[in-house]
Design a protein around this ligand. Structure first.
Ligand code: SF4
Length: 457
């Protein structure tokens, strides 16, 4: 799956060859939430998207230099800001920073810009348009923890992103805020290769596969305390470093301060569009304003391919923000809203996604490598109107036996998504069990799946 890590110094020009996995060109148009009554965008403020990456000169002219601060002040500032990780876990960033800083030794900072969710575009957007925000964020994290090195980790195969990053590094000749030594590492374009313990393994020269019981903040790459933050989190750090905690808290909620990025995909006007929300907004607002829908869709998949299906009428009034969704036991995850239109088979779409997730297993935990393909098979049979009630009962038992048995959360997410499909599309399930599947045109794939995935597109 992968060889030793390819660490490319900031001066290097070499880039990995495109392998086709990420050749699709997402629509990267930030939405100005101010148009619909929200506060001005933060991460997505600046030059329009068609101009490409903001240069270092433009970045400094717009935002100014990062002020110098001592490590303790930075950690305290991030605590006060209440920044939570934007990679899906929502862990308080200040606590992670403090854990790495307190550990001493030779800390390392990693910005995880490997956006594994195929339909999520927010980190790609930041890397392509605002790469200097990511690098500033890495510099803030390095100053807070005392790290002399920062690695920017991304999937191989996307020349546009690689080029934006390498150009940004070359432009960054000197700042008053001392930069760490930057390195770029290109991991394999696999779903679980973006998991934090998989990144640690890769940077140590191993395969980009998750490990059990991993705590990178105390013992990460080669035993070094390692702070791993995703790209959006790093970009927020760049702005907190300038605006401070009070400014940061002007957006978001008291439990989830700061703005969040959301990607719309599926049956919307511009699949792949990224929105920046400066506070909770009902799904109906997002889907009517940006998605150009005039009524609730059949269903929405929230949080990513390991997220949860929600029936469209129910989702319509749900406020989109991580804490608001958590109150309703719904995932925010990577911030994906994938819209399934009426007349499209949710069971078939679920079968596609489940097949993809099964293919993306790192093949090292039995429950995941053997269990997910069996679940995907049953879901495919159900979509085709071939599954029996007994098979569906086995599906549920097998699902129960998979949860919690992997080294990472990959199978748990897949199982949860599949279970939510059986609830959300219960009417279709009943019909399919009587041998009456949806017509072939309703079973066509809708949500994006990387081209390296061989089956069931
Ligand atoms: S649970 Fe699955 S994806 Fe995660 S490490 Fe094990 S085999 Fe790999």
């Amino acid at each position: 799956m992968s060889g030793p890590p390819r660490l490319i110094a900031r001066e290097a020009r070499a880039r990995p060859a495109a392998d086709g996995a990420s050749r699709r060109r997402p629509l990267l148009e930030p939405c100005d939430t101010a148009r619909s009554g929200g506060q001005l965008p933060r991460l997505l403020a600046g030059p329009p998207a068609h101009g490409g990456a903001e240069t270092f000169e433009q970045h400094l002219a717009r935002l100014g230099h990062l002020p110098r601060r001592c490590p303790e002040d930075i950690v305290e500032m991030v605590h006060q800001a209440g920044l939570r990780g934007r990679g899906g876990s929502g862990f308080p960033v200040g606590r992670k920073m403090a854990a790495v800083a307190d550990r001493g030794g030779d800390p390392l900072v990693v910005v995880n810009a490997a956006e594994s969710e195929p339909a999520s575009m927010k980190d790609r957007l930041l890397l392509r348009l605002r790469p200097q925000l990511l690098l500033d964020g890495a510099a803030v994290a390095a100053a807070a923890t005392g790290a002399g090195q920062a690695v920017i980790y991304l999937h191989s195969g996307d020349d546009v992103l690689a080029s934006a990053l390498e150009t940004a590094l070359l432009e960054r000749t000197s700042t008053p805020f001392d930069d760490p030594t930057f390195r770029v590492a290109y991991g394999p374009p696999k779903f679980v290769a973006g998991e934090s313990s998989a990144i640690v393994s890769f940077l140590e020269g191993g395969l980009a596969k998750p490990r059990h019981a991993h705590r990178s903040s105390t013992s990460g790459v080669d035993g070094r305390p390692t702070l791993i933050q995703n790209a959006e989190t790093a970009a927020h750090l760049a702005l907190i470093g300038r605006g401070g905690p009070d400014w940061f808290r002007q957006a978001g909620t008291s439990r989830w301060p700061g703005s969040v990025l959301v990607t719309l995909t599926g049956a919307v006007a511009s699949p792949g569009q990224v929105l920046e929300l400066s506070g909770p907004r009902p799904t109906s607002d997002l889907l009517t304003d940006a998605g150009r829908l005039d009524r609730p869709p059949q269903a929405v998949l929230l949080g990513g391919y390991g997220g949860a299906w929600v029936e469209g009428e129910r989702a319509w009034d749900v406020p989109i923000y991580p804490d608001m969704l958590a109150d309703r036991h719904l995932p925010f995850g990577c911030g994906l809203l994938a819209v399934l239109p009426h007349g499209h088979c949710g069971i078939a779409e679920t079968a596609r996604l489940l097949t993809y997730l099964a293919d993306e297993s790192a093949q090292q935990c039995g429950a995941c490598m053997f269990g997910l393909p069996r679940l995907a098979e049953t879901m495919q049979r159900l979509a085709a109107g071939q599954a029996s009630r007994a098979e569906l009962r086995r599906f549920t038992r097998r699902s129960d036996s998979i949860v919690g048995r992997g080294a990472c959360g990959h199978p748990d997410g897949a199982v949860a998504m599949a279970a939510s499909a059986l609830d959300t599309f219960a009417g279709d399930v009943a019909l399919h069990l009587t041998g009456r599947p949806c017509p072939p045109h309703a079973r066509r794939g809708l949500f994006p799946i990387p081209s390296h995935c061989p089956t069931w597109r």
